[in-house]
Structure formats: structure tokens, C-alpha cells
Design a protein around this ligand. Sequence first.
Ligand code: FMN
Length: 472
Amino acid sequence: MTITNGTSSQFSPYPIRSAKGYHTFLPEQLQPIGSLLSAEKFPQNAEPPKLFEPLTIRGVTFHNRAWVAPMCVYSSDNGHATDFHLVHLGSMALRGWGSIMVEATAVVAEGRISPSDSGIWQDSQIAPLKTIVDFVHANKGIIGIQLAHSGRKGSTMPGGTLRIMRDDGWKGGEVAPEQTGGWPSEVVAPSAISFNPGKYPDPVEASVEYLTNLKEAYVKAAERCKIIGFDFIEIHGAHGYFLHEFCSPGSNRRTDQYGGSFENRIRFPLEVAQTLRAVWDKPLFYRVSASDWLEDAEGPEKAYPGETEEYKWWGLDQTTLFTQKLADAGVDLIDVSSGGNDLRGKIAVGPSYQLPFAEHIKKNVKNILVGAVGIITEPEQAEEILENNQADVVLFARQVLRDIDFPLKAAQELGAAISPALQFERGWSHMVVKRDHRKAPAHHSGISTVEGEESIYKRKNGGPAVYSAIPS
Ligand SMILES: Cc1cc2nc3c(=O)[nH]c(=O)nc-3n(C[C@H](O)[C@H](O)[C@H](O)COP(=O)(O)O)c2cc1C
């Protein structure tokens, strides 16, 4: 057989071909990194773990259910993605995650959280994001973006910066002043109520005209997402930012059609979802804060349970009703987070602490997929969530920062064989071993056995973990 470069052969991947359409030579992955290897060759994959079952939404196939949650990295240049994002997100694409998501990305400049946050409010922001998406796609990965508006939590200092400043004696609040690129006098929210008076900006109330323009900004952002080639959009409706602020009675004191009753408070977030659904035909997700955790401060979510009484604070009951409306509007997946909008909230933080919310929504809302997030760090933990049908996908945030190879390690631990990046195969030959059964011990062969490698599962019983809820 004559083998010429660029021609497929029985012995593919030789010669190594370049990914189609990529601007430089880039070795083509034979199948998505992190997807199951064929059960014919790897019998242990005949009944794979749920974590590695693919999921197709509106024609987009996510090759497993271990997804990267959105994470701000405070590395943008006036809202433009930088080489940091390319390396950061690009390396996730090489490590087997079923989905990658660009951090909260502001649809208007004042909708950034910090001055170093990502933006998609102008055309010049298209090219650097496209570089990232092209790289991920050239490696057969899936990548989406979280569209955001920070509301009353805009113009604040980026995460790590504040700790360092405080260590150095900074006594100020979280506000990013003008001289650091902030816009404290232009912070806009549903109502003119500060998140933390004196420490956070004092927002001005959004006019109806502002809201109309903002919906148009979401549409323009979606048009840019099409040019860039994103596989999905997630609407950031959580963590005390603009859309969540509409939902919570404590941050929404409006007297117009966007405030007051439950129907009025969810009106604008729902309009944003409907508006985006009308122009975006790929998967559309919505991240919600399922609770402001105010049981201790306020008592039950509904003051006087009954048909007509109003809710006192934003909780699971309203989130469930709201999610059904999002599902009816064509939102494909609800990403269930919590908190971030009320400092009085008492969050019971611990492993899978937000899972009961996801599970409740999964049981009670029709026609929507559910994502679970929040201190999910172990393969068995994630697998159980899916096996118990508590959620359809699992999102990981801090675990990605600590252990970027988690999907490959999880496959190994759960007994499945998934595709490592072609270039990294030699590091994973202990996972790519043919076995009769999923749980049967691998018959290690060749040079690849890694001795003394600590199982991540063991950490469950290891030293004390320091947990904190970090909604952003
Ligand atoms: C550095 C960092 C940045 C974050 N940025 C975002 C963000 O842009 N959008 C968002 O919805 N959540 C953000 N979050 C919250 C995470 O997506 C996730 O919901 C939270 O960290 C809980 O998951 P974990 O326990 O797996 O970390 C951020 C979290 C971290 C640690």
C-alpha cells in the first residue's frame, strides 16, 4: 500500500495528518480526546461509566459528561482574550474534558465584573476568541462561552489581586476605582441597592431603555459567537449578577413590569433567554443560583404558603418554576449553582453541596437537561451523581485548576479506556489497556506501569480539605 501524507490508510495515524483547515501543521486527533475507545478493541468499554457516555444536544456531540465550568481568569486586555486564554483553555482541550466554557464574558463593557474580565461587546474581541475556538476544534474538542452582565457587582477587583492587596494592608472594599480601569459610577443594576454598602459600588437603576438595549447587546454577542464558531452559549443568571439580581426580591425593588411578583422578577431573565433562543440555534444553557440560602435570616422562601402570597426570598421553589419556563422557552440545559446575592446567606458548603438543588430540578422540570456543580472532585462521586440520575452532566471548576488530567485519571479509576491526546499516549498507556471487564484489574504490560501513583479517590479519606463556595 502506498501511503502519502494526507491520505488515510489502514494504519492511520501513520503518517500523521494535519487537522483539516488549521492554519499550521497540527497533528490530527483520531477521535475526540476523552472519548471512549471502541468496545470492540477495548471490551471493558462495552458498558462504560456514565461519566464517559456521550451526549448530543441540537446536533452537537459532547463526547463525555465531565465538563469544565466557567472560570474568570482576570487576564483579558480591555475585554480581549489573550495568549493566556489560548494556553489555559487550549490545554484543557488536550486533556479529555467533554466540554470547555469560556469564563463570564460581558456583553457590554460595564457588565464586566473586574477590569481584567472577558468581553464580547465589540468586533475586535472576535479574533482572539476565534483563535482559541479554532484550536479547540482542531483538536476535536467542544467549547462554548458564558455570556454575562455583572450588574451591581461590576467594577470590582479581580479575585487574587484583592488577597494580595489585603496582605499588603489594603483596607478598602472591593471597588475597582477609575485609576485601575474601573467604572464605579457607571455600575447598573435592577435597583439602586448596593451588594455591600461602602464596600461595593452604588449602582444606578437600569431604565427600561437600558434593558431594551441590553437585549440587543446579547443578540449582537450571539452573532459574534456564530462568527467565532462556539458550540454553545450559557447565559450567566447566577451568583448575584444582573439577571440573578432581577430574580431575588432583596435586590429587585422595581415597581414596573420587571419587579414585584415572581412573574415580574423573572420577566427580564426570561426575555434574555427567549431573545437568545430566537437567534441562536445551537445548544443554549442557563446558569442559575437555585437559592440565596436565607432560611436562617428570613424563614421559609414563601412567607405564607398558599396560592397568592408572594415569596420573601429567592429559593428552590421559584427556581424550579423558573426553570420550567426556561425549558419551555427552548433552553436545553440548566447549570445549577447557588448563592452570591445576599451576604446573609448561610451556605452549607461541602462535597456536592448544590446537588440537592440539581436533583430537585431534574425530578420536577420536564424537557431540560441538568448540570451539577460545586465541590465535585472525585470520579466515583461524579459517576454516582449520573448513575443516580441526579443530573445529566457534571461541571468541575477548581478541580480543573488542580488536576487538569482529571478525565483521564477518572477513566482509569472507573475502569474505562478513553482516548488520550495522540501526543500524550505514552503517559497514559496504563489506562489504554485492553481488559475483559470494566472492574477487572488491568494486566499491565510494557514499560508503562506507573508505580506508586496515588489514587485520587484515596484523597477522600486524606487530610482535611478546606472548602469554600466561590461563586463568580
Ligand atoms: C477562579 C474561579 C473563577 C470563576 N468564575 C466563574 C465564572 O466566570 N462564571 C461562573 O458562573 N462561575 C464562576 N466560578 C464558579 C465556578 O464555575 C463553580 O461554580 C464553583 O467554583 C464551584 O465549583 P467547584 O467546587 O468545582 O470549584 C468561578 C470559580 C473560580 C474558582
